[in-house]
Design a protein around this ligand. Structure first.
Ligand code: ADQ
Length: 457
């Protein structure tokens, strides 16, 4: 974007804070972009207030942060309810976990309208609006009804499910109608784009005569894949921090030269964590040479703890890691180091850099930035191996990883063993190819490509 093309207004459920270390995939990706061009970031303030829509503002460098308060009822209905107990499970193919209540959808619509009302007051004619993720699917539709004709783009960070699943989502037709009010709909992968197009064809009876656009409900939107990347230089620079070097030294001593296999995820049922622990259990049984020699470090950060499905998965994981450690552990060796906590990013970078395998096995994931972070900090001389689920969006680009079906415990354990004994030459070859992709498809390029396309629509 250029200075005369107006400001960039980013809209997402939670705002990042350009002055603080980013948390979570979305914030990691967007902080850099907004810092570079300047503008406004509008999101939930994180506060519960007396009315939905009360705002507070704060200027950080070239970015104005505008926070919207939510009432307790709207927080429960919009955030915990429709967004995270209907859309999140459904879009990750877990219709069995959908917990729906009509009043939650009403709250979702109300909060989307409150965001649009605030935006309508803030926006100037040349501004570009970029809305993020499944919490805010209806914002453009509301804005258009308020007469806002600015360029509005949307990016979905999670997968868009196949039309059969999409059509089972409560209110799906209204959601698709809402999406058509964006000028550009960005999705993570080509598979997601195909799912969008097939839904339009099968469920809305739309003729798909243009490969880049979809016309439905009297509107035309461009629908395209923009695979998100990471800030490669920033992540690599973390390796130089004291936090990172101190951890690497300490881990080296405490693991006494053992091989590390590492997983880092939010503790979410989409990330395939119980199956991952079962894979490690099977590895130790089937390939006993790993006993005493190989340790799985699994960091699972707390997330959405007041949604029931998340409490269940936490209990399951704690039970499993205890059982596997009890079964295989020795006085001088704990097979699984399970950590339920946020860890500073510099420590994650250090941990990845000394792990022989990055184990990234979600059952479904929009992209998965951990896969890219792991590759970014491997050394050229002695790189580790990325073991990646075929159901992570990242698998579409990262074909030189060892690709696994995370539902197949036996096959994944075999692939993990293959990664652990992979000859140096092959590790280097795979790493060179993956590194080149992660560097080229970085988050800066992702942002620039999306915004350039939005301006051209
Ligand atoms: P997430 O589901 O949050 O993101 P992911 O892409 O892996 O998943 O991003 C997680 C980020 O948080 C990574 O940068 C990781 O390093 C960091 N992180 C994870 N656990 C941590 C911990 N314990 N402590 C500190 N940091 C931790 C959503 C979608 C993804 C999509 C991203 C970006 O679900 O599919 O890739 O958005 O679009």
């Amino acid at each position: 974007m250029t200075a005369d093309s107006g400001r960039l207004i980013i809209v997402s459920n939670r705002m990042g804070d350009p002055g603080k270390p980013p948390k979570g995939g979305l914030a990691v990706a967007l902080n850099g972009a907004l810092n570079a061009v300047g503008g406004i970031w509008l999101g939930w303030s994180g506060k519960i207030g007396a009315t939905t829509g009360t705002t507070s503002e704060r200027q950080v460098g070239s970015v104005k942060l505008v926070g919207i308060d939510l009432t307790q009822r709207d927080y429960e209905g919009y955030y915990l309810g429709y967004a995270n107990s209907v859309l999140w499970p459904a879009f990750h193919h877990r219709q069995d976990l959908i917990d729906q209540h009509p009043e939650h959808f009403e709250a979702y619509c109300r909060v989307n309208r409150a965001f649009a009302e605030k935006l309508a007051k803030l926006v100037k004619p040349q501004d570009t609006i970029w809305v993020h993720d499944y919490h805010l699917l209806c914002v453009a539709m509301e804005l258009r009804s308020m007469g806002v004709n600015n360029s509005i783009g949307f990016f979905l960070h999670i997968p868009l499910p196949p039309s059969q699943i999409m059509s089972a989502v409560p209110n799906n037709e209204l959601l698709m109608r809402a999406l058509m009010h964006f000028d550009l709909v960005g999705l993570q992968t080509e598979a997601d784009v195909l799912n969008f197009r097939l839904y339009a064809e099968r469920n809305l009876g739309v003729e798909l005569d243009n490969p880049d656009t979809v016309t439905a409900f009297g509107r035309t939107a461009r629908v395209e894949a923009f695979p998100i990347g990471i800030d490669v230089d920033q992540f690599r620079a973390l390796l130089e921090t004291d936090y990172s070097t101190e951890l690497v030294g300490r881990l080296g001593r405490s693991s006494s030269g053992r091989v590390l296999v590492t997983g880092v995820d939010r503790l979410d049922y989409s990330k395939g964590l119980p199956d991952r622990l079962k894979v490690f259990d099977r590895l130790l049984e089937k390939y006993p040479a790993n006993q005493r020699e190989t340790t799985l470090v699994q960091i699972a950060s707390p997330t959405r703890e007041n949604v029931d499905a998340y409490a269940d998965i936490r209990a399951e994981l704690e039970g499993l890691s205890g059982a596997i450690n009890g079964k295989h552990g020795r006085i001088d060796w704990t097979p699984i180091r399970y950590i339920h906590r946020n860890v500073p990013r510099s420590r994650l970078a250090g941990l990845f850099s000394i792990s022989r395998v990055g184990l990234v096995t979600p059952l479904r994931d929009g992209m998965n930035l951990v896969a890219k972070e792991y590759v970014a900090v491997q050394s050229d001389e002695d790189p580790g191996v990325l073991v990646l689920s075929q159901f992570a969006g990242a698998a579409e680009e990262m074909e030189e990883a060892v690709i696994v079906n995370p539902h197949d415990i036996e096959q994944t354990a075999d692939c993990l063993q293959r990664a652990l004994v992979m000859p140096l030459e092959e590790r280097r070859e795979r790493h060179q190819a993956l590194k080149a992709r992660v560097e080229t498809g970085n988050v800066v390029t992702w942002c620039e490509t999306f915004l350039a396309r939005l301006q051209s629509v």
